[in-house]
Design a protein around this ligand. Structure first.
Ligand code: SAM
Ligand code: FES
Length: 349
Protein backbone atom coordinates (compact mmCIF):
# COMPACT_ATOMS: atom_id res chain seq x y z
CA UNK A 1 0.00 0.00 0.00
CA UNK A 2 1.19 3.51 -0.87
CA UNK A 3 2.45 5.70 1.97
CA UNK A 4 -0.41 7.95 2.97
CA UNK A 5 -3.10 5.79 1.35
CA UNK A 6 -4.33 4.54 4.72
CA UNK A 7 -4.58 8.14 5.98
CA UNK A 8 -6.43 9.18 2.85
CA UNK A 9 -9.07 6.51 3.41
CA UNK A 10 -9.37 7.30 7.08
CA UNK A 11 -9.91 10.96 6.18
CA UNK A 12 -12.55 10.05 3.58
CA UNK A 13 -14.37 8.06 6.24
CA UNK A 14 -14.61 11.13 8.42
CA UNK A 15 -11.75 10.50 10.81
CA UNK A 16 -9.77 13.51 12.03
CA UNK A 17 -6.11 13.31 11.02
CA UNK A 18 -3.14 14.82 12.79
CA UNK A 19 -0.30 16.85 11.30
CA UNK A 20 1.84 13.76 10.67
CA UNK A 21 -0.99 12.13 8.71
CA UNK A 22 -1.42 15.17 6.48
CA UNK A 23 2.32 15.48 6.00
CA UNK A 24 2.66 11.89 4.87
CA UNK A 25 -0.04 12.40 2.23
CA UNK A 26 1.47 15.68 1.04
CA UNK A 27 4.88 14.06 0.68
CA UNK A 28 3.48 11.18 -1.36
CA UNK A 29 1.02 13.25 -3.36
CA UNK A 30 2.23 12.08 -6.77
CA UNK A 31 1.02 8.57 -6.02
CA UNK A 32 -2.14 9.58 -4.18
CA UNK A 33 -3.55 12.36 -6.32
CA UNK A 34 -5.97 10.33 -8.44
CA UNK A 35 -7.38 8.44 -5.51
CA UNK A 36 -7.68 11.66 -3.49
CA UNK A 37 -9.53 13.41 -6.32
CA UNK A 38 -11.96 10.57 -6.80
CA UNK A 39 -12.71 10.31 -3.05
CA UNK A 40 -13.09 14.11 -2.87
CA UNK A 41 -15.55 14.22 -5.79
CA UNK A 42 -17.61 11.45 -4.20
CA UNK A 43 -17.81 13.45 -0.97
CA UNK A 44 -18.73 16.65 -2.82
CA UNK A 45 -21.46 14.78 -4.69
CA UNK A 46 -22.95 13.65 -1.37
CA UNK A 47 -23.59 17.26 -0.37
CA UNK A 48 -23.93 19.22 -3.59
CA UNK A 49 -24.45 16.69 -6.38
CA UNK A 50 -22.68 17.85 -9.53
CA UNK A 51 -23.70 21.46 -8.98
CA UNK A 52 -21.07 24.15 -9.32
CA UNK A 53 -21.93 27.53 -7.83
CA UNK A 54 -20.96 30.81 -9.42
CA UNK A 55 -20.14 34.04 -7.59
CA UNK A 56 -19.95 37.35 -9.42
CA UNK A 57 -16.71 39.05 -8.42
CA UNK A 58 -16.71 42.84 -8.36
CA UNK A 59 -13.23 44.25 -7.80
CA UNK A 60 -14.35 47.64 -6.58
CA UNK A 61 -11.03 49.30 -5.69
CA UNK A 62 -7.35 48.60 -6.21
CA UNK A 63 -6.19 51.23 -3.72
CA UNK A 64 -4.68 49.58 -0.67
CA UNK A 65 -3.18 50.89 2.56
CA UNK A 66 -1.20 47.67 3.07
CA UNK A 67 1.97 46.40 1.52
CA UNK A 68 1.84 42.63 1.42
CA UNK A 69 5.15 41.63 -0.16
CA UNK A 70 3.53 39.37 -2.78
CA UNK A 71 0.64 41.56 -3.96
CA UNK A 72 0.60 43.64 -7.15
CA UNK A 73 -1.86 46.21 -5.77
CA UNK A 74 0.09 46.83 -2.53
CA UNK A 75 0.01 50.49 -1.57
CA UNK A 76 3.74 50.95 -2.20
CA UNK A 77 3.60 49.94 -5.87
CA UNK A 78 3.99 53.20 -7.81
CA UNK A 79 3.24 51.43 -11.12
CA UNK A 80 -0.27 50.28 -10.21
CA UNK A 81 -2.85 52.30 -12.13
CA UNK A 82 -5.42 53.02 -9.40
CA UNK A 83 -9.20 53.10 -9.71
CA UNK A 84 -12.31 53.05 -7.56
CA UNK A 85 -15.85 52.16 -8.61
CA UNK A 86 -18.66 54.49 -7.55
CA UNK A 87 -21.70 53.21 -5.74
CA UNK A 88 -23.68 53.51 -8.99
CA UNK A 89 -21.07 51.51 -10.90
CA UNK A 90 -21.09 48.77 -8.28
CA UNK A 91 -24.88 48.61 -8.30
CA UNK A 92 -24.98 48.49 -12.07
CA UNK A 93 -22.48 45.56 -12.02
CA UNK A 94 -24.87 43.68 -9.73
CA UNK A 95 -27.83 44.49 -12.04
CA UNK A 96 -25.93 43.13 -15.04
CA UNK A 97 -24.84 40.12 -12.99
CA UNK A 98 -28.39 39.41 -11.84
CA UNK A 99 -29.52 39.32 -15.49
CA UNK A 100 -26.75 36.79 -16.20
CA UNK A 101 -28.02 34.55 -13.41
CA UNK A 102 -25.69 35.47 -10.53
CA UNK A 103 -27.24 35.23 -7.06
CA UNK A 104 -24.08 35.96 -5.08
CA UNK A 105 -21.98 39.07 -5.43
CA UNK A 106 -18.49 39.26 -3.99
CA UNK A 107 -17.24 42.78 -3.34
CA UNK A 108 -13.47 42.54 -3.22
CA UNK A 109 -10.98 45.34 -2.84
CA UNK A 110 -7.70 46.49 -1.42
CA UNK A 111 -8.00 48.04 2.02
CA UNK A 112 -9.05 51.45 0.76
CA UNK A 113 -9.98 53.95 3.49
CA UNK A 114 -12.03 55.93 0.94
CA UNK A 115 -14.79 53.37 1.54
CA UNK A 116 -15.60 54.16 5.14
CA UNK A 117 -17.58 51.60 7.10
CA UNK A 118 -20.72 53.70 6.57
CA UNK A 119 -20.14 54.02 2.83
CA UNK A 120 -19.69 50.29 2.39
CA UNK A 121 -22.76 49.61 4.55
CA UNK A 122 -24.80 51.88 2.25
CA UNK A 123 -23.57 49.95 -0.79
CA UNK A 124 -24.45 46.60 0.84
CA UNK A 125 -27.93 47.92 1.70
CA UNK A 126 -28.33 49.17 -1.88
CA UNK A 127 -27.52 45.73 -3.31
CA UNK A 128 -29.84 43.97 -0.87
CA UNK A 129 -32.71 46.35 -1.70
CA UNK A 130 -32.38 45.77 -5.42
CA UNK A 131 -31.63 42.07 -5.19
CA UNK A 132 -33.09 40.67 -1.97
CA UNK A 133 -32.73 37.12 -3.31
CA UNK A 134 -28.94 37.48 -3.55
CA UNK A 135 -26.14 36.84 -1.09
CA UNK A 136 -23.53 39.54 -0.56
CA UNK A 137 -19.98 38.49 0.23
CA UNK A 138 -17.34 40.99 1.31
CA UNK A 139 -13.62 40.55 0.82
CA UNK A 140 -12.20 43.81 2.09
CA UNK A 141 -9.47 42.82 4.49
CA UNK A 142 -8.93 43.54 8.16
CA UNK A 143 -11.31 45.80 10.07
CA UNK A 144 -12.66 46.30 13.55
CA UNK A 145 -15.33 44.04 14.99
CA UNK A 146 -17.59 47.08 15.03
CA UNK A 147 -17.25 47.63 11.27
CA UNK A 148 -17.84 43.95 10.55
CA UNK A 149 -20.97 44.14 12.74
CA UNK A 150 -22.22 47.19 10.82
CA UNK A 151 -21.84 45.44 7.45
CA UNK A 152 -23.51 42.33 8.81
CA UNK A 153 -26.48 44.42 9.98
CA UNK A 154 -26.57 46.07 6.54
CA UNK A 155 -27.12 42.59 5.07
CA UNK A 156 -23.71 41.13 4.24
CA UNK A 157 -23.93 37.33 4.44
CA UNK A 158 -20.39 36.12 3.93
CA UNK A 159 -16.79 37.32 4.32
CA UNK A 160 -13.64 36.07 2.63
CA UNK A 161 -10.42 36.71 4.48
CA UNK A 162 -7.56 34.39 3.69
CA UNK A 163 -5.38 34.04 6.76
CA UNK A 164 -2.41 33.64 4.30
CA UNK A 165 -0.30 31.51 6.65
CA UNK A 166 -0.99 29.82 9.97
CA UNK A 167 2.71 29.85 10.79
CA UNK A 168 3.46 33.25 12.40
CA UNK A 169 7.10 33.23 11.24
CA UNK A 170 6.08 32.48 7.66
CA UNK A 171 3.29 35.07 7.87
CA UNK A 172 5.85 37.66 8.96
CA UNK A 173 8.04 36.88 5.95
CA UNK A 174 5.13 37.68 3.61
CA UNK A 175 3.99 40.90 5.28
CA UNK A 176 5.60 44.08 6.57
CA UNK A 177 5.88 44.71 10.28
CA UNK A 178 2.68 46.73 10.56
CA UNK A 179 0.55 43.71 9.69
CA UNK A 180 -0.06 41.11 12.35
CA UNK A 181 -0.87 37.44 12.20
CA UNK A 182 -2.71 37.80 15.46
CA UNK A 183 -5.00 40.51 14.10
CA UNK A 184 -5.77 38.47 10.98
CA UNK A 185 -6.92 35.57 13.16
CA UNK A 186 -8.84 37.94 15.44
CA UNK A 187 -10.74 39.14 12.35
CA UNK A 188 -11.66 35.59 11.38
CA UNK A 189 -12.93 34.82 14.88
CA UNK A 190 -14.96 38.05 15.01
CA UNK A 191 -16.52 37.36 11.63
CA UNK A 192 -17.55 33.89 12.72
CA UNK A 193 -19.04 35.14 15.98
CA UNK A 194 -21.01 37.80 14.09
CA UNK A 195 -22.73 35.11 12.06
CA UNK A 196 -20.99 35.51 8.71
CA UNK A 197 -20.30 32.44 6.59
CA UNK A 198 -16.52 32.76 6.69
CA UNK A 199 -13.84 31.95 4.14
CA UNK A 200 -10.24 31.39 5.25
CA UNK A 201 -7.37 30.32 3.02
CA UNK A 202 -3.84 30.75 1.75
CA UNK A 203 -1.69 30.79 -1.35
CA UNK A 204 -0.11 27.51 -2.38
CA UNK A 205 3.63 27.75 -2.97
CA UNK A 206 4.01 31.18 -1.43
CA UNK A 207 7.69 32.06 -0.91
CA UNK A 208 9.16 30.13 2.01
CA UNK A 209 6.16 27.82 2.51
CA UNK A 210 7.15 24.27 3.48
CA UNK A 211 5.29 20.95 3.34
CA UNK A 212 5.16 21.09 7.14
CA UNK A 213 3.44 24.49 6.90
CA UNK A 214 0.85 22.98 4.55
CA UNK A 215 0.16 20.15 6.99
CA UNK A 216 -0.38 22.81 9.69
CA UNK A 217 -2.74 24.68 7.36
CA UNK A 218 -4.90 21.60 7.02
CA UNK A 219 -4.97 21.12 10.80
CA UNK A 220 -6.02 24.74 11.23
CA UNK A 221 -8.85 24.35 8.70
CA UNK A 222 -9.91 21.09 10.39
CA UNK A 223 -10.26 22.92 13.72
CA UNK A 224 -11.54 26.34 12.61
CA UNK A 225 -14.12 24.84 10.24
CA UNK A 226 -14.71 27.78 7.90
CA UNK A 227 -17.71 27.53 5.58
CA UNK A 228 -15.51 28.46 2.60
CA UNK A 229 -11.82 27.95 1.83
CA UNK A 230 -9.98 30.00 -0.77
CA UNK A 231 -6.70 28.53 -1.95
CA UNK A 232 -4.90 29.32 -5.17
CA UNK A 233 -1.29 29.15 -6.33
CA UNK A 234 1.02 32.04 -5.54
CA UNK A 235 1.81 33.79 -8.83
CA UNK A 236 4.66 36.34 -8.89
CA UNK A 237 4.01 39.97 -9.76
CA UNK A 238 6.78 41.96 -11.42
CA UNK A 239 6.56 44.96 -9.05
CA UNK A 240 6.91 43.03 -5.82
CA UNK A 241 9.72 41.77 -3.60
CA UNK A 242 8.88 38.23 -4.75
CA UNK A 243 8.93 38.97 -8.48
CA UNK A 244 11.57 36.29 -9.14
CA UNK A 245 10.03 33.54 -7.01
CA UNK A 246 8.53 30.52 -8.76
CA UNK A 247 4.74 30.23 -8.96
CA UNK A 248 2.88 27.56 -7.01
CA UNK A 249 1.91 24.50 -9.03
CA UNK A 250 -1.39 23.24 -10.31
CA UNK A 251 -0.51 19.72 -9.05
CA UNK A 252 -0.02 20.76 -5.43
CA UNK A 253 -3.00 23.11 -5.46
CA UNK A 254 -5.41 20.50 -6.80
CA UNK A 255 -4.13 17.86 -4.37
CA UNK A 256 -4.72 20.25 -1.48
CA UNK A 257 -8.21 21.00 -2.82
CA UNK A 258 -8.95 17.28 -2.54
CA UNK A 259 -7.61 17.08 1.02
CA UNK A 260 -9.64 20.14 2.04
CA UNK A 261 -12.81 18.64 0.55
CA UNK A 262 -12.18 15.44 2.53
CA UNK A 263 -11.43 17.35 5.73
CA UNK A 264 -14.46 19.66 5.47
CA UNK A 265 -16.96 17.66 3.37
CA UNK A 266 -19.53 20.41 2.83
CA UNK A 267 -17.11 23.31 2.40
CA UNK A 268 -17.65 25.77 -0.45
CA UNK A 269 -14.40 25.54 -2.35
CA UNK A 270 -13.51 27.68 -5.37
CA UNK A 271 -11.33 26.70 -8.29
CA UNK A 272 -9.67 30.11 -8.47
CA UNK A 273 -8.64 32.44 -11.27
CA UNK A 274 -5.02 32.08 -10.11
CA UNK A 275 -5.28 28.33 -10.76
CA UNK A 276 -6.67 29.09 -14.23
CA UNK A 277 -3.78 31.50 -14.76
CA UNK A 278 -0.91 29.08 -14.12
CA UNK A 279 -2.61 26.23 -15.95
CA UNK A 280 -4.97 26.71 -18.92
CA UNK A 281 -7.11 23.86 -17.60
CA UNK A 282 -6.56 24.73 -13.95
CA UNK A 283 -10.16 25.51 -13.11
CA UNK A 284 -11.44 22.29 -14.66
CA UNK A 285 -8.75 20.35 -12.78
CA UNK A 286 -9.82 22.11 -9.58
CA UNK A 287 -13.42 21.00 -10.07
CA UNK A 288 -12.27 17.45 -10.82
CA UNK A 289 -10.25 17.52 -7.58
CA UNK A 290 -13.30 18.42 -5.46
CA UNK A 291 -13.90 22.18 -5.81
CA UNK A 292 -17.48 23.40 -6.33
CA UNK A 293 -17.37 27.17 -6.80
CA UNK A 294 -16.24 29.50 -9.60
CA UNK A 295 -15.86 33.24 -9.28
CA UNK A 296 -16.06 34.90 -12.67
CA UNK A 297 -15.33 38.57 -12.93
CA UNK A 298 -18.19 41.08 -13.13
CA UNK A 299 -16.01 44.19 -12.86
CA UNK A 300 -16.32 46.63 -15.77
CA UNK A 301 -13.90 45.58 -18.52
CA UNK A 302 -12.16 48.99 -18.49
CA UNK A 303 -10.83 48.40 -14.93
CA UNK A 304 -10.09 44.68 -15.19
CA UNK A 305 -6.51 45.16 -16.28
CA UNK A 306 -5.85 47.32 -13.25
CA UNK A 307 -6.76 44.77 -10.59
CA UNK A 308 -3.58 42.82 -11.11
CA UNK A 309 -2.58 40.93 -8.00
CA UNK A 310 -0.16 38.88 -10.09
CA UNK A 311 1.19 38.76 -13.66
CA UNK A 312 -0.65 37.27 -16.67
CA UNK A 313 -4.07 37.17 -14.96
CA UNK A 314 -6.66 35.56 -17.24
CA UNK A 315 -10.05 36.94 -18.38
CA UNK A 316 -9.04 40.59 -18.03
CA UNK A 317 -10.44 41.44 -21.48
CA UNK A 318 -13.63 39.39 -21.46
CA UNK A 319 -17.18 40.59 -20.96
CA UNK A 320 -18.88 38.78 -18.08
CA UNK A 321 -21.38 37.16 -20.43
CA UNK A 322 -18.54 35.66 -22.49
CA UNK A 323 -16.76 34.43 -19.37
CA UNK A 324 -19.89 32.67 -18.25
CA UNK A 325 -20.44 31.02 -21.63
CA UNK A 326 -16.81 29.85 -21.65
CA UNK A 327 -17.00 28.51 -18.08
CA UNK A 328 -20.29 26.69 -18.75
CA UNK A 329 -18.65 24.80 -21.57
CA UNK A 330 -15.51 24.05 -19.55
CA UNK A 331 -17.58 22.73 -16.66
CA UNK A 332 -19.88 20.67 -18.87
CA UNK A 333 -16.80 18.74 -19.98
CA UNK A 334 -16.04 17.81 -16.37
CA UNK A 335 -19.52 16.25 -16.04
CA UNK A 336 -20.65 18.96 -13.61
CA UNK A 337 -23.10 21.76 -14.18
CA UNK A 338 -23.12 25.45 -13.31
CA UNK A 339 -26.20 26.42 -11.32
CA UNK A 340 -27.44 29.86 -10.38
CA UNK A 341 -28.93 29.56 -6.90
CA UNK A 342 -27.30 31.30 -3.93
CA UNK A 343 -25.45 28.15 -2.99
CA UNK A 344 -25.34 28.61 0.75
CA UNK A 345 -23.20 26.39 2.91
CA UNK A 346 -24.86 23.12 3.94
CA UNK A 347 -24.20 21.98 7.44
CA UNK A 348 -22.57 18.57 7.30
CA UNK A 349 -22.17 17.75 10.91
N1 SAM B 1 -7.65 43.21 0.72
C1 SAM B 1 -8.41 42.03 0.87
C2 SAM B 1 -7.68 41.02 1.71
O1 SAM B 1 -6.55 41.27 2.11
O2 SAM B 1 -8.25 39.97 1.99
C3 SAM B 1 -8.87 41.41 -0.43
C4 SAM B 1 -7.99 41.57 -1.61
S1 SAM B 1 -6.51 40.59 -1.57
C5 SAM B 1 -5.69 41.21 -2.99
C6 SAM B 1 -7.16 38.99 -2.05
C7 SAM B 1 -6.21 37.81 -2.05
O3 SAM B 1 -5.37 37.85 -3.19
C8 SAM B 1 -5.25 37.72 -0.91
O4 SAM B 1 -5.86 37.13 0.20
C9 SAM B 1 -4.10 36.87 -1.49
O5 SAM B 1 -4.13 35.55 -1.00
C10 SAM B 1 -4.35 36.93 -2.99
N2 SAM B 1 -3.13 37.36 -3.69
C11 SAM B 1 -2.49 38.53 -3.56
N3 SAM B 1 -1.35 38.53 -4.29
C12 SAM B 1 -1.27 37.33 -4.89
C13 SAM B 1 -0.33 36.71 -5.74
N4 SAM B 1 0.79 37.32 -6.11
N5 SAM B 1 -0.58 35.45 -6.18
C14 SAM B 1 -1.69 34.81 -5.81
N6 SAM B 1 -2.63 35.33 -5.00
C15 SAM B 1 -2.43 36.58 -4.53
FE1 FES C 1 -3.55 45.15 0.14
FE2 FES C 1 -2.20 43.09 1.12
S1 FES C 1 -1.49 44.62 -0.24
S2 FES C 1 -4.15 43.78 1.70
Amino acid sequence: MEHGSEQLHRLAEGEALDRAGYLEMIRNRENLREEAASLACAVRRRFYGDRIYIRGLIEFTNYCRNNCYYCGIRGGNPHADRYRLTEEEILSCTDAGWELGFRTFVLQGGEDPFYTAEKLATIVRGIKERHPDCAVTLSFGEHSRQDYALWREAGADRYLLRHESINPVHYASLHPEGMSHENRLRCLRDLKELGYQVGAGFMVGSPGQTEEDLAEELCFLRDFRPEMVGIGPFVPHKDTVYAEEPAGTSELTTFLLSLIRLTLPSVLLPATTALGTIDPEGREKGILAGANVLMPNLSPVNVREKYLLYDHKICTGEEAARCIACLKERIRITGCEIVTDRGDHRASE
